[in-house]
Each structure stands twice: as C-alpha cells, then as structure tokens.
Design a protein around this ligand. Structure first.
Ligand SMILES: *Cc1c(COP(=O)(O)O)cnc(C)c1O
Length: 443
C-alpha cells in the first residue's frame, strides 16, 4: 500500500478547484481537512465538495438560537433570559446605525451614557441612585475596588460562597486589593461577631446572598438593619451583594427597595436574574458612594455598550408598564397551563412517549430550594443520551434533560412560537431505529 500521506494534494492545488470561495475560509477548511486525513481520517472522494461543505459549516456562527426544553428558566449556559419583543426591537433599532449613546440631543453637548437606564432604575425600584455595568460580578468588583482597596472587608463565614466557578467571594475581595476578615461560623453569625471585628482598617461590611444553596437547621444571621446601623455608627460602608434580588417580595426575601430603605450604601444585583433582561450588573444605593464608583477608573472598563443598554432600556420600559416578559410566563406556568401543548407533543410522537409531571427550576442560582411544578413529555428510548445528542444537532438545536432512562421535554421554557420546530426536531431525532430498540413494556 502506498502511504496515502505521500499522495495528499497540495493546499494550493486544492484551492485552485474552489477559486470562487472566499480565500481565507477556503484555505482554513482545506488545511483542516488535510490535517484530519494526515491524522488517519479517510480522504474525501471529492476534495472540492468536502471543502465547500466545510466552509459552509465554518460559516455557521457559534452563538445560535436553541430551544430550551430543560424547564430551567434562567439557564446560565443558555444565556439566562430570552429578551422581550420590546428589548429585541430596541436592539435592532440602534444596532446598525449611529446613536445617542453619549449625546444630549437638546444641548448638542456630550450626554450621559446611562441617561436611559439610571433614572428608570431609580423610579422603578425606589432608590436614590443607580448605576449599570457588565454583570453582578463586575458590580461587586467595582464596588469593593472603589470603597475598600487597601483596607478590610468583613464577611460572615456562612456567606463566603462560590457562584458559577470563577466567582468566589474571597478571591473577588483580594482581586480588589482588599483584605477579607471572616466572622462567625458557617451556620451562625451574630451582630456581635461583626462588631468585634471592626478595627482601624475596616472599610466595608459586606453581606452576600448565598444564591445557589441554603442552610437548614440551627442557623442565625445578623439582620440587615443591624448591619447597616453598625456600619454607619463606625463610619463604614454597608454593601449588599444581592445577586438575583426580588422585584416583588418573594417568601422570606426583602426587595431591593426594602434594603435601600434601610440605608444600604451599595446593593449589587444581576440584571438578567432580577429583570429577565440582558446580562448586566445593576448597582443601587446612596448617591455619595455610587458617585465614588462612577469616578473609579475601573468603571470605564466595566461599562455597558449600546446593544446591552438598548436591551436593558427596553426591558425596563416593559417593567414600568407592567408588560409581562418571556420569563414571567415561564415562571408562572402550572401543570394546567402547560397541559394542551404538552399533550399535543406527546400525541404527535405517539406511545410510548407520555405526559408526566415535571419539576422546573427558576435557575440562575436564584431560589435554590424552589421547584416549579409542571408537566412534560417523557420519551423512553434505548439511549436517551444519544437522543439528547441528536437533538442538539437539529437545525435549531433542542436542549432537553435526561432522567431515569428517558428523555424529558419540558415545555415550560419553550417559547410559544417554537412548538412546531420542537415537534419536528424530536420526531426526526427519535428515529425508527432508536424507537424499535425499546423493549416492549419498558418506560
Ligand atoms: C449570580 C450572582 C452573582 C454573579 O452575577 P452575574 O451577573 O452572573 O455576574 C454575584 N453575586 C450573587 C449573590 C449572585 O447570585
């Protein structure tokens, strides 16, 4: 056998056969194919066709729309919140043109980048001052850099949390050039623990929402009102990393307005978790400390661009008007409200696919103990993982859950217009072969 690597065509010879394709993508595709064949893959019978196919695949953006059939509403890996029609329209209206980003139309002078969102946030939440940056992690980074660099930040040991991998409170504090002072224990921290830790270098008392876990049993934490009073009596700032927040009172949770009304200096929130809008970090609180944040050099590095500002302003206008956002309907769904659509999917698929109860999640590290009762379609099959993988390759990828030897499709998080695509994708992926492999009576 001749060594096939000896007989591989040269790149320039391959490119000559596809001269009508754009040069860089064609070269990239040809090189990748050659590398694969050198690595042991079979050589294509028709190199030109293979290069064309590869160029087409490479032109597909990595960031694509998917159908979320997991039942997890603020799914961080899937981009958390789908934007409302108004937010989408706002983005489309400013994306392809020049804008008023930093122009005041009435004076013709330089305008304020946050003019469309800061006043709306203040009125909507009833706070003195507001600021917006890239995300909640950025909000806390900016806050502690501006208020505590070179000084101490006091945090309860029960609140030294990790949220989503690289966001760990102790690491964030040291990245800001501040020193962490831990007080109390994992389950119990009292106001006296904070009071005893205050020294000449203390700058901030920080409270962190545990977000993605909760502690049961013998627990105790210092009330926010006491922490704010203690901070102010000692000339310190009180900072609250509230994360997901709660627009209207969730059980056992204060609202941002409640925390601001206590006199909190800075409250950091995650805009997508809080409002179901674009990724953003929202900072609320008193005017004086927020002014320090706004003047800090890091603010420029963390500020929002016009596409996010457009999406955020659209979302805030919806909130002002009480217009339901996509995530509101998803969070509100019940087994009854999902029944018709779910039954339609199960019927289209036929047995042994069946309607079963499901438990969705708010997601995004919000309300970790909460479960959202709904219904979904259970599709028993020989290899649910293979079915899930096939669905990810659908023209519009479908992301579903695998549980107990079956694929579970939860329509809670499927947008109303997506049912047809979903049904077509699941029917196609649940192919004859896989279906036939199911033993009678299984499922
Ligand atoms: C989610 C969360 C963050 C991080 O928010 P991002 O917007 O994802 O950066 C920070 N703190 C708390 C308490 C959170 O819940």
């Amino acid at each position: 056998m001749p060594d096939p690597r000896r007989t591989l065509p040269a790149v320039h010879a391959l490119l000559a056969t596809v001269g009508d394709l754009p040069a860089l993508p064609a070269r990239t595709a040809a090189r990748a194919l050659l590398d694969e064949v050198r690595g042991g893959a079979p050589a294509p019978a028709d190199w030109a066709a293979a290069i064309r196919a590869r160029v087409a695949v490479d032109a597909t953006p990595h960031l694509r729309r998917v159908i979320n059939a997991t039942g997890v509403v603020l799914h961080t890996n899937l981009g958390r919140a789908p934007l409302s029609p108004r937010a989408v329209a706002q983005v489309a209206a400013v994306a392809g043109s020049y804008t008023t980003l930093e122009l005041d139309l009435s004076t013709g002078q330089r305008g304020e980048r946050l003019a469309g969102v800061a006043p709306r946030l203040q009125t909507l939440l009833g706070v003195e001052s507001a600021l917006a940056v890239n995300n909640c992690a950025a909000a806390l980074l900016l806050t502690l850099s501006a208020l505590a660099a070179g000084r101490e930040v006091i945090v309860s040991r029960g609140e030294l949390v990790e949220i989503g991998g690289s966001f760990r409170i102790p690491d964030v504090i040291s990245a800001c050039g501040a020193r962490l002072v831990e007080v109390g224990t994992t389950n119990r921290t009292r106001i006296a623990d904070y009071a005893n830790a205050i020294g000449p270098d203390t700058a901030v008392i920080l409270k962190v929402h545990p977000s993605n876990f909760h502690v049961d049993g013998f627990t105790e934490s210092a009330p926010r009102a006491d922490l704010v009073a203690l901070a102010h009596a000692n000339g310190l700032h009180y900072v609250d990393d509230f994360g997901s927040g709660a627009m209207s009172a969730a059980p056992g949770e204060p609202t941002i307005h409640d925390i601001a009304a206590l006199g909190a200096d800075v409250i950091c929130c995650s805009g997508d978790k809080l409002f179901g809008g674009p990724q953003a970090g929202l900072i609320f609180g008193r005017a004086a400390p927020l002014h320090l944040l706004r003047k800090h050099p890091l603010y420029r590095a963390l500020r929002l661009d016009r596409l996010v500002l457009a999406a955020l302003e659209g979302t805030l206008i919806d909130r002002e008007r009480g217009t339901a956002l996509p995530i509101d309907a998803m969070l509100a769904h019940t087994p009854e409200s999902l029944a018709t659509r779910t039954l339609a999917l199960a019927t289209a698929l036929g047995p042994p696919a069946e309607v079963v109860p499901t438990l969705g999640l708010p997601g995004g590290g919000t309300r970790p103990a909460a479960r959202l009762a709904g219904v979904g379609v259970r599709i028993p099959c020989a290899s649910p993982d293979r079915l899930a993988a096939a669905l990810r390759q659908a023209p519009t990828p479908v992301i579903a859950r695998v549980a107990d030897g079956a694929l579970i499709v939860d329509l809670r998080t499927v947008l109303p217009g997506e049912d047809g695509e979903l049904t077509a994708a699941v029917s196609a992926a649940w192919s004859g072969a896989d279906r036939a492999a199911i033993a009678p009576g299984s499922g």
